[in-house]
Design a protein around this ligand. Structure first.
Ligand SMILES: [Zn+2]
Length: 333
């Protein structure tokens, strides 16, 4: 039923009754990460330096962002469209919001274009004015592209001489299993190969962020970039055994993800400790872009006051606080 509603909603662009448009920046970038847990980032205190650039980068870093759900489709459909949990309203989504406000929208992706697990997210791409996929088939197709291969099209979108404000969405493969296939180099060389490759994917992501900020600064136009990961992973870790990381829904770590904002006028590294549910994403997006619509209430991080966050665990809405802990595995170097 929900899938049918999704199909219908995406059959055409929907105008979302825009009331007011007052963007602070020229260019808005939304980078959607993949399978990245917050607690493996040195940015949030992991003892091994996995995010050396972000550790000191200027921007606003939220420690407490909780994804809506534990895998790509369930999470992104509930994050990027209006949702209170079990269901969502597909037509009220961030791309339609930007389009309705007169922004030019771009969707750049290293995920799949066509496949059982790709089609629901692809629909956001189709709504965009321009879409560029590195892969033609499914997300796990035969050729593995590096996320950094999206940089030329990112540069191209930035160079587009439109007078419109821009929304550029960059959808990464990030830290999706299989990690050792994902990365260019294993920089840690641990005996625990799986963990070593997983952490290496964080390092490559960190470098990608540095390069994207470099390209943004070169435009001399004002910008703001939001990054979040779609969901985390479970460690499935037994004492004295190798770590096996996989999708799951029963641990806090399946939902504890990074969220940060890097802007042309950020002049300090600011860490905010506060629980914020990703169910607010559309409200945050509305506040961030200065786009107000009757359909969405704009909210800043300061205005959000989440007490009992619930997440969708594939079947039900459950209390995040009731989920089992699954702490990061520390490595000895
Ligand atoms: Zn995912």
């Amino acid at each position: 039923m929900q899938e049918k509603a999704l199909e219908d909603a995406f059959s055409q662009k929907v105008n979302l009754d825009i009331q007011h448009v007052e963007p602070k920046y020229q260019n808005y970038i939304v980078v959607i990460g993949e399978s990245m847990r917050r607690d493996y980032m040195s940015l949030y205190g992991y003892p091994t330096k996995t995010t050396p650039y972000l550790d000191t980068a200027n921007g606003l870093f939220l420690n407490g962002y909780i994804s809506t759900a534990p895998n790509t489709i369930t999470s992104l459909s509930r994050t990027l469209s209006l949702s209170k949990g079990l269901t969502y309203e597909p037509s009220i989504n961030f791309v339609n919001l930007a389009n309705s406000a007169g922004f030019k929208s771009y969707w750049l992706s290293n995920q799949g274009k066509m496949g059982e697990f790709d089609t629901p997210v692809r629909k956001f791409a189709i709504l965009s004015d321009e879409e560029h996929f590195l892969k033609n088939g499914a997300y796990d197709g035969p050729i593995n592209y590096q996320d950094s291969e999206l940089l030329p099209s990112f540069k191209h979108a930035l160079a587009d001489r439109t007078k419109q404000h821009k929304l550029i969405v960059v959808h990464l493969m990030g830290s999706h299993p299989e990690f050792c296939h994902r990365i260019k180099h294993d920089v840690y060389g641990l005996e625990d190969k799986e963990l070593s490759c997983y952490l290496s994917s964080y390092r490559e992501f960190d470098q990608l962020m540095k390069k994207m900020v470099g390209l943004l600064n070169m435009t001399k136009q004002s910008y703001s970039l939001i990054y979040f990961s779609d969901h985390g992973l479970s460690n499935s870790h037994q004492k004295d055994q190798l770590v096996y990381m996989s999708h799951g829904s029963e641990h806090k770590s399946n939902y504890e993800v990074p969220f940060f904002m890097l802007s042309s006028d950020s002049h300090q590294h600011q860490l905010i400790n506060k629980p914020v549910s990703a169910y607010h994403f559309l409200s945050l997006f509305s506040d961030w872009t200065g786009i107000t619509s009757k359909k969405v209430t704009p909210l800043s991080i300061d205005q959000i006051n989440d007490k009992n966050i619930k997440v969708f665990n594939f079947t039900n809405m459950v209390n995040f606080s009731d989920l089992a802990p699954d702490p990061a595995v520390k490595i000895s170097r």
